[in-house]
Design a protein around this ligand. Structure first.
Ligand code: PMV
Length: 341
């Protein structure tokens, strides 16, 4: 099992080296792998249940993204096994079955969660940090220049403070700094879908174009988001739900300024606040996808879901507990994790 994620603060800016805060949620993805014996001819395959799609890894760069992602994750998994020569890794073709209970294009890290589930099924003893690194190879196929936050949170669960290097070249080559954030209390989040699927790659490219055309204003927005993330970390550690809500609202204003919000997202945020949420914002790439709202208690959470439902938006409540959610294996923190913030 690999969890889906909600970015609470810092999406988009995180691509350019601003820290971000994200939490793993109790919905996610699963995968099973069956290896043929070494030397068996034939390609490896991946079937994703629910999407009704099967791909094989014998593709070139023109192949379907999912097929290329399978090819690339197999390549890095096999390379890692070859480096760790002591570890025996099957070399024949592998048949992988996977599925997810996350909406694709919803901003909840569906592709990364499937990637993490597949990476774990291929190599069940790899540590979370290694899994997250391998999934970046998978994510690059779908997203071009992923920050890596989705894969890290999906592999680790809990609440995570994530920061990649500010320099573009280093960001691709060096390891990000990933730290666990210790929540003072369980967070109660409402997640609602705007009903519109969006492409992370397209939205990240749109922000990149905006940054090229208006470097100063975009830089100012990123600086403001960075300041928000600092305050948000303190609010999360203090369990101050009201402050977290206010900071979510401010982050939403800044995301609207980057033109990644939509009328549906704005409506959902307004509905959530009016129904008693402490704050709300889009989560993930925007341009559609999901909204996250924070509430003090279940009654208010249900009121938010009801308000969304009346306007035709589906949603669910999720709890993020202070202790890292178990996401399939109770591994030591990955190498890239450098203690709590
Ligand atoms: O929409 P998602 O779940 O793919 O999240 C994207 C988050 C971005 O910051 C917009 C991109 C990234 O790679 O971090």
């Amino acid at each position: 099992m690999a969890c889906g994620k909600v970015i609470l603060f810092g999406e988009h800016a995180v691509v350019y080296g601003v820290p971000a805060l994200a939490v793993g949620i109790d919905r996610g993805a699963w995968a099973d792998a069956t290896w043929a014996s070494p030397g068996t001819p034939g390609a490896s395959s991946l079937h994703v249940h629910g999407w009704d799609i099967t791909v094989t890894d014998d593709v070139d760069d023109e192949g379907l993204p999912l097929a290329r992602a399978l090819r690339d994750i197999l390549r890095v998994t096999r390379a890692a096994a070859a480096v760790a020569a002591a570890q025996e890794q099957p070399t024949g073709p592998v048949m992988v079955q996977a599925g997810a209970d996350l909406p694709p294009g919803g901003g909840l890290g569906c592709s990364a969660a499937i990637g993490v589930a597949v990476a774990r099924a291929l190599d069940p003893i790899a540590e979370d940090g290694a899994i997250a690194e391998r999934v970046n190879a998978w994510e690059r196929v779908f997203h071009g220049n992923p920050s890596g936050i989705d894969a890290a949170v999906s592999a680790m669960g809990g609440c995570v403070h994530f920061e990649r290097s500010k320099k573009a070249r280093e960001a691709r080559e060096s390891k990000p700094t990933i730290r666990r954030v210790h929540l003072a209390r369980t967070l109660l989040l409402c997640i609602g879908h705007s009903g519109i699927a969006s492409s992370t790659k397209t939205m990240v490219q749109a922000v990149a174009r905006l940054r090229d055309r208006h470097p100063k204003t975009t830089h100012k927005a990123f600086e403001a988001i960075s300041a928000l993330v600092k305050s948000a970390r303190l609010a999360l550690e203090a369990g101050d739900v009201r402050a977290i809500g206010q900071l979510l609202d401010l982050n939403q204003v800044l995301l609207s300024g980057l033109f990644v919000s939509t009328p549906e997202i704005e409506q959902m945020c307004t509905l959530a606040r009016a129904a008693g949420a402490e704050g709300a914002k889009l989560t993930g790439a925007g341009g559609g996808g999901c909204v996250v709202a924070i509430v003090e208690d279940t009654a208010r959470g249900e009121a938010v879901l009801e308000a969304w439902k009346r306007e035709g938006y589906d949603g669910f409540l999720t709890r993020v507990a202070p202790v890292a959610a178990s996401v399939g294996r109770d591994a030591a923190l990955p190498r890239a994790v450098q203690g709590s913030v």
